[in-house]
Design a protein around this ligand. Sequence first.
Ligand code: ATP
Ligand code: MG
Length: 420
Amino acid sequence: MSKIQSIRGMKDVLPEETPLWQWLETVVRRMTHRYGYQEIRLPLLEPVALFERAVGESTDIVSKEMYNFLDKSGEHITLRPEGTSGCVRAVIEHNMCYQSTQRLWYQGPMFRYERPQKGRLRQFTQLGVETFGMPGADIDAELIYMVYDMFKALGVADHVRLEINSLGTPEERTAHRAELVAYFEAHKDELDEDSLRRLETNPLRILDSKNPEMQAMIEGAPKLLDHLQDESRAHFEQLCKLLDSAGISYTINPRLVRGLDYYTRTVFEWITEELGSQGTVCGGGRYDGLVEMFSSKGLPASGFAIGIERLLLLIQTVGADKHVAQVPDVVVTYEDSEHHIDALGLAHEIRQQHEQLRVYSDFAGGKLKRQHQRALKSNCRVIVTLNGDGGIGLWAPQAEQSVTVERHLLHDSLSKLLKA
Ligand code: ATP
Ligand code: MG
């Protein structure tokens, strides 16, 4: 029989990794809760048209990376490549725009047909945070504070840096675009194939090119920041001030444009040098025009997405995962194979009496010595043994203590040993 394997770029998360995921998810839940955000759960499948319109047809995501298919009734469906578009759809569909403000978060898989490599998968997980109804730089700053707090809680704050930029309003971008196109036309012989294509479709994106041969030429391109009118400029300055006052350091990167068409004014990325070229751990910004594309009522909005697999890679690379392990508190073993079922009852009883404990029964059996070897390997805190004579052995290997007690004294003795 031919071997069936997982689809390229789609990974299983194995039991040795899930404690790390669960820890991160706990931090995320705690942080979003503390900042007053509410969870929203969204479908994985959405109409293709949603992303064509929201993310933009000329973006890499829509032009190359989507998993599109026709369902049985001929609808054009896709596996969502990102979360913001679906969140906007839901907010409009459920009339949530009519509440004055919304602060939402979600976590789940996204799908993009990209070349799999370190930090780049075809199914990956994003934490998305979106806010609606707030036009100011204050909410942009709040989002950045929250990301920073998460990074601190996860032990990676010293391994990421923040870059910010302003993409202005569509009008400001149009003015800049004309100058940008003229500049790149004048340097047409230096543009690679990708950039020549973008010159026609989306010239701003050329600024994002990683081609080393084009870097010097791109540095000289006209900057959008120089085209901002008073209002956008004040918005950006306010953001800088709010970051300064919170002690969050950042660099202004006039070439930061992000890969999606819907951004206006604030954009930001958190980048690490620890993961090679897949270094963007979090990307976000303001998208004031997006709601209006789908509804008669416009609504300012702002958000970010964190790539969870990349963040976990970073956590592991810098060793911030050391304390995360799921060891049993208690392993129950038995001397006499006839007492196997009694040992099961004993484990059950311990769980009822000590609700906070993680209690593991050894069903693999064999000689007591073998059972103890396995228990020691698990790094458990206490090994409980049902002896042949009905007595109970309690052994705390790390505390180097052991006692044998009668059954009715088990729970008191166990509590004492766990405190030792
Ligand atoms: P990149 O420049 O790395 O392709 P992007 O600009 O396409 O990223 P966004 O669409 O802004 O990324 O998504 C937000 C975050 O999701 C990224 O910063 C990254 O951490 C993560 N991400 C994006 N694509 C992938 C992928 N294929 N595999 C794993 N994580 C990803
Ligand atoms: Mg990408």
